[in-house]
Design a protein around this ligand. Structure first.
Ligand code: UD1
Length: 311
């Protein structure tokens, strides 16, 4: 089959591209390379911004994909706060452009990748797909709107689009930047002998999922998900951030620095979030990789990266 992956050079998109290639499918990656940087071998690639409808249409028409996986987005806790307009444009208008393009060529299935942060900051856990979106934060508002448009395009025009809401995904090729992603920030700091910073008191909870589980879940939803529906992709491994910090300190051979600094809670930081994967279990999917083994694989990747760096 022919698969288009928007945002296919990004962290999750590049893993998804690789898996489709490994199972014998053809892949075209569309990415504007603003944050993506990994075009996997064997995939075709076009540097296209999803806000450029003309180029997007042209690429889709020429390729004639069976499936479109839409991952391109503006993300990163800090970036979206700094750039709310761009976040809206890419995540809402860009999504509409992708849906439009896919509709014009009559694809069989579209995967819209949303986020678990649409559930907002409340203590109702585990999150079920039936919970109403409830967030007042820039990124989640844009993703909630994109989801709503997708659902309406399904209901009004029969567009075969299905949505996933990943919880916190981690693994090799994720970027440790000031823009977030706690696991790779902690691993990188520990490998470099730098202190860890915890925003707040560390009792906040996240539900981490290794990227391979996430990608398998996405492919399962493409194959068996019901059009118009949304599915959580949750690792089922909720952990407090302070416990995560201690776990990683134990897993990474001792460096000179074992400090944990406590900084003020980030604005709009969600306190505790974990998901139910009951709906996905109904499709025959559950996460397979334990937090410990996922962390080992991720640490190994970051070690290789730091060994390659000069000095
Ligand atoms: C993450 C994703 C987001 C996604 C959401 C749902 C980012 C960077 N991450 O947000 O795209 O929509 O999950 O899957 O956008 N923390 C520290 N110290 C650090 C870094 C983080 O204490 O050095 C804390 C944060 O305050 C937060 C937790 O760790 O409480 C997780 O942070 P992060 O990895 O940035 O993810 P989310 O905020 O959950």
């Amino acid at each position: 089959m022919k698969i288009v992956i928007t945002g296919g050079a990004g962290f999750i998109g590049s893993h998804l591209a690789l898996r489709y290639l490994q199972q014998g499918d053809q892949v075209l990656i569309l990415d504007n390379m603003s944050t993506g940087k990994r075009v996997v071998k064997g995939a075709e690639f076009a540097q296209i911004d999803i806000l450029d409808q003309v180029s997007l249409d042209r690429a889709m028409k020429a390729y004639q994909p069976d499936i479109v996986c839409h991952l391109a987005a503006t993300l990163g806790v800090k970036r979206v706060i700094e750039q709310p307009l761009m976040t809206w444009e890419t995540n809402v208008i860009g999504t509409l452009n992708v849906m439009n393009s896919a509709r014009e060529i009559g694809v069989k299935k579209i995967l819209n990748v949303s986020t678990s942060s649409i559930y907002g900051d409340n203590d109702r856990n585990p999150k079920l797909e039936s919970f109403a979106p409830n967030s007042d934060e820039v990124y989640s508002i844009s993703k909630t709107s994109a989801e709503a448009y997708c659902r309406s395009l399904f209901e009004e025009l029969g567009l075969p689009v299905v949505t996933v809401r990943p919880f916190n995904v981690y693994g090799p090729f994720q970027d440790a930047t000031p823009y977030g992603f706690v696991i790779c920030i902690f691993i990188r700091n520990l490998l470099e002998g730098k202190p860890l910073t915890i925003f707040g008191d560390g009792t906040q909870i996240r539900d981490f999922m290794f990227v391979d589980d996430c990608v398998n879940g996405m492919m399962k939803v493409v194959n068996s998900g019901v059009d118009g529906e949304a599915y959580n992709l949750s690792g089922q491994r909720p952990i407090q951030i302070l416990d995560l910090a201690h776990k990683l300190q134990e897993m990474i051979p001792p460096t000179k620095c074992r400090e944990i600094d406590f900084a003020p809670k980030r604005p709009k930081d969600i306190y505790r979030r974990w998901g139910s994967s009951k709906k996905m279990e109904g499709l025959g999917w559950s996460p397979k990789i334990s937090l410990d083994s996922g962390l080992v694989k991720t640490i190994e990747y970051f070690k290789q990266q730091s060994d390659r760096r000069p000095g």
